[in-house]
Design a protein around this ligand. Sequence first.
Ligand code: ATP
Length: 231
Amino acid sequence: MLEAKNLYSYYGKSPVLQDISFLLEKGQLLTVLGRNGVGKTTLMRSFMGLTDRLDGSLTIEGTEIARMRTPDRAMLGIGYIPQGRHIIPRLTVRENIIMGTYARRDGKRGMPDLVFELFPILRDFLDRRGGDLSGGQQQQLAIARALAMDPKILILDEPTEGIQPNIVKQIHDIIVRLNRELGLTVILVEQNVPFAREVSDRFLVIDKGRVVIAGAGADLTDDIAERYLTF
Ligand SMILES: Nc1ncnc2c1ncn2[C@@H]1O[C@H](COP(=O)(O)OP(=O)(O)OP(=O)(O)O)[C@@H](O)[C@H]1O
């Protein structure tokens, strides 16, 4: 279970996020929606301890992590796939994936079988540089690297942004499988409202750094989308 209570997150002296609270049960999928610049990425970075300051409480299965160092959060089993993917372009696909294993609690450093099961293409490209892959393949690699750390919670920040339309469905399908078949708790920043409605257990809409509406996935109506998500 992941619980946020009255979170305030800062860059410098200004709180970008204010009074964020929610509860996510183990194995659930939460989508975070909102217009550009409202604080979605800041919320994901707050989970990882990557903003300047985080006040309030953030617990995973009862363990308080709000003041924990970023590597310790990774060791607790939070896998983060940032917006823009941030794979290491000069390293090979193999090296990028192995990097993920350094945050494993069990010390295993091998290539996880699951990665090739989900992304067969990466097996063929193991010795290519990450930077030579297409955008969609880099996204697969970023997810593979996060999976290599054997996470309990996976955070994905707009994973289909800038990805070719024919690959978007593939990435969406993988996210759903990770959640439903492998039981991973997933937090997903997503702009596609019908997809969010279909797959989410819970959703949050953020506006100007605050949660303006939250609920069960099925309650993410077109009305809400029209009101809070259109420009
Ligand atoms: N490193 C930073 N230092 C200072 N301010 C920042 C930093 N990153 C983001 N901000 C500010 O915090 C606010 C929220 O930005 P954030 O990137 O979290 O929004 P977002 O909802 O993810 O937007 P987008 O949909 O464009 O990715 C913005 O006003 C932004 O200018």
